[in-house]
Design a protein around this ligand. Structure first.
Ligand code: SF4
Length: 701
């Protein structure tokens, strides 16, 4: 903390890391951020976690890209065996004109080549306006919908289930509503590490007597505050949740009036659940029948209950089924649309909600309007003035990489994503990136993905740009530039506009506010939310009029579905894609840890965060380590059918025996070399939370 002498300017903005969307103040001296403090935002009320408070100096890291780069003609062939230390020598510096021409010409050439496709990965780290421009460029410029982003790797299955059963892809209540709840379920999420400021509200809730039910294959940090901790077997979500709902039906604890007034499909759901008795499901999910009964009674008889979930739910081949169960559980208890009641998938990236809302997904235009609807498409092309595009859903992240291997996609534009680290079975993705005839990467660092680029466009970090973002609570907030981008780096929206012009598009935007104004023309969610308002304050959508700060709770009087009714969709138990066997006897679970964000490109270059967690690590139960003959701190080899990594082992009683938890931030032990690319059929999300793995001790000298 400092006094006014420590800085000569301060700029209020939003944290660039997680979906909580904490508001903060950058304290700046000599055009450098000196430190950061939390301010009074609607989601954080002055609080920040270690990433928001100390994870900012990556923006001054010497690795920042400061000049556009073009691959040298004499550079070695792209491939997996390139020495990362030498990659920069494969490129030469270029002017913006030269680099933008090269980027656009390469993409335009493929566009004209009959039968080939260019795909785009946009970013949930960019602003709403930048996400909107990105999807518009792919649709208007290339005539199809092959545009996606990291929602496909995080909550796409939750979105699929919410759209199907509730009719809306966002949360029904803010996480802060927990203060009005009596009971809350947190399942497949680890808020103390991944949504730390939200976790502080959850802990306060338990301090005033709220009952917190944690369900997770790992014992999380919230366990100490919980009334119930259900450490169930990985992948057994549906069996456990169906058993809980079976009890609610059998003991008639459901809310008949709510079900009759606001839902459909109840009778089918009731008969479906009859077979899922706690006794039958207990051995499958690993939770005793009495505990399942107690949880069912606690949740169903509460006055107001909330359900929070994370990627432990969504990243399975049955991720959509998992979310369907949670939605059904809330509906049958009438725990939606009231103070302290609601469904809340905790969104991951700072702007994954906003990027999805802005149409950065292959099946939906902005506001989740189907690309298959002729009226919707023409509403957009009317505003855009040109650019008829396909009525066919585009390909998703993993499907795009498969299409590259098949030769159907030959060029890509990747903005702020790092598929060479984040995709499942990542060697498959790296081979695809190497195979591309033309790859344009726009980023702030030479990421693992940029290694395969033909043209690299140096972009700005969040603290260097203007734009709006939307957090997990549906709160739209203004991001403001604290400092200038280094060297020739530019704001992403500017780069997108310049690239679009060279692709022949008539784009004349001179400021993100003009993009926001265009978005409002076809996005009802932004009704009554203007750039001017956002300059002054955050607004939660929906906002009912120009003075309404927005609605923290929605669907109290019906759902945006036919006849205003939400739907019960029964789910069956499906085994994981890859069941452990004699060769790969354990279960690998991947995820994040408190100090590092996603593929680590930012946080591993943030000095305080890197000092706290400098080394690739994995966690196993002490008994598992003993069985393997490994001391805590020793090295182990983890192998799956797709690859193997060497990594330091930690003893952690929170991890169940015969499970391994491996964070995916470390390139030197890239977790995704191991993961399985099998997809959930609805959300098309890979099964990051379950791979069969073998762990072995490794002799170190
Ligand atoms: Fe940033 Fe999330 Fe931490 Fe808030 S909780 S400071 S948004 S990382």
């Amino acid at each position: 903390e400092g006094d006014s002498k420590d800085f000569d300017r301060e700029v209020e903005s939003v944290c660039p890391f997680c979906g909580v969307g904490c508001q903060l103040s950058f304290k700046i001296k000599d055009n450098k951020i000196k430190y950061v403090e939390g301010v009074e935002g609607p989601a954080n009320e002055n609080r920040l976690c270690v990433k928001g408070r100390f994870g900012f100096d990556y923006i001054d890291h010497p690795h920042r890209l400061t000049k556009p780069l073009i691959r040298r003609e004499d550079a070695p062939a792209k491939g997996l065996n390139v020495d990362p230390g030498n990659v920069l020598t494969h490129f030469r510096e270029a002017t913006w004109d030269e680099a933008l021409d090269a980027a656009a010409n390469g993409l335009a050439k493929l566009r004209e080549d009959k039968g080939t496709r260019v795909a785009g990965f946009g970013s949930a780290k960019c602003s709403n306006e930048e996400a909107y421009l990105f999807q518009k460029m792919i649709r208007q410029g290339f005539g199809h919908n092959n545009v996606d982003h990291c929602t496909r790797l995080c909550h796409a299955s939750s979105v699929a289930a919410l759209m199907e059963n509730v009719g809306s892809a966002a949360v029904t209540a803010t996480f802060n509503e927990i203060e009005n709840a009596d009971v809350a379920i947190v399942i497949g999420a680890n808020p103390t590490e991944n949504h730390p400021v939200a976790a502080t509200y959850f802990k306060q809730f338990t301090k005033r007597g709220g009952k917190l039910i944690i369900m997770d294959p790992r014992g999380t940090g919230m366990k100490r505050h919980a009334s119930h901790m259900l450490q169930f077997k990985p992948g057994a979500d549906v069996s456990m949740l169906n058993a809980i709902m079976n009890v609610i039906v059998e003991e008639q604890l459901y809310d008949q009036q709510y079900i009759e007034g606001y839902t459909e499909g109840w009778e089918d759901m009731k008969s479906h659940l009859a077979g899922f008795t706690p006794e039958k499901m207990a051995p499958i999910c690993g939770i005793e029948a009495d505990v399942l009964r107690d949880v069912a009674r606690t949740f169903a008889t509460a006055k107001a209950g909330m359900i929070f979930w994370g990627m432990g739910i969504s990243q399975h081949i049955h991720g959509t089924d998992n979310s369907r169960c949670l939605i059904s559980l809330a509906l049958m208890c009438g725990h939606v649309g009231r103070p302290g009641a609601g469904l809340h998938p905790l969104r991951g990236q700072n702007n994954v909600q906003g990027a999805s809302d802005a149409g950065l997904i292959p099946m939906f235009l902005p506001d989740y309007q189907s690309v298959m609807d002729d009226g919707v498409r023409s509403a957009f092309t009317d505003v855009w003035g040109s650019g008829d595009f396909s009525a066919q859903k585009g390909l998703t992240v993993v499907e795009i990489m498969d299409a590259v291997h098949a030769g159907d996609i030959r060029g890509m534009y990747v903005l702020g994503e790092n598929p060479a680290m984040s995709d499942p079975d990542v060697d498959h993705a790296r081979h695809a990136l190497a195979k591309l005839e033309h790859l344009v990467v726009q980023d702030i660092f030479l990421t693992e993905t940029a290694n395969y680029a033909d043209v690299i466009l140096p972009a700005s970090a969040w603290a260097e740009k203007t734009g709006t973002v939307t957090n997990t609570n549906r709160q739209v907030q203004m991001g403001r530039p604290a400092v200038s981008p280094p060297g020739d780096a530019r704001e992403d929206w500017w780069i997108e506009v310049e690239l679009a012009k060279r692709l022949g598009l008539d784009w004349t935007y001179t400021h993100p506010s003009e993009v926001f104004a265009e978005m409002k023309l076809n996005m009802k969610s932004l009704d009554n939310i203007t750039w001017d308002r956002l300059e002054k304050t955050a607004v939660t959508y929906p906002s009912l009029d120009e003075t309404d700060p927005g609605q923290p709770i929605v669907f109290g009087d019906g759902f945006p579905r036919a006849e205003g009714r939400a739907k019960f969709t029964p789910a069956n138990v499906i085994a994981p894609d890859e069941v452990p066997d004699a060769e790969y006897p354990m279960v690998l679970i991947t995820g994040r840890q408190l100090e590092h964000w996603h593929t680590g490109s930012m946080t591993r270059r943030a000095s305080a965060l890197d000092a706290l967690e400098p080394e690739a690590n994995c966690s196993l139960h002490p008994r598992t380590l003993r069985k393997l003959g490994v001391e805590a701190g020793g090295m182990i080899r983890l192998s799956t059918r797709r690859g193997s990594v060497l990594v330091m082992a930690r003893a952690d009683r929170a991890v169940a025996e015969d499970n391994v938890f491996l964070p995916f931030a470390y390139v030197e032990a890239a977790a995704n070399l191991l993961t399985n690319s099998a997809l959930d059929p609805y959300g098309k999300i890979p099964e990051f939370k379950f791979s069969a793995v073998r762990a072995e001790a490794v002799e170190t000298i």
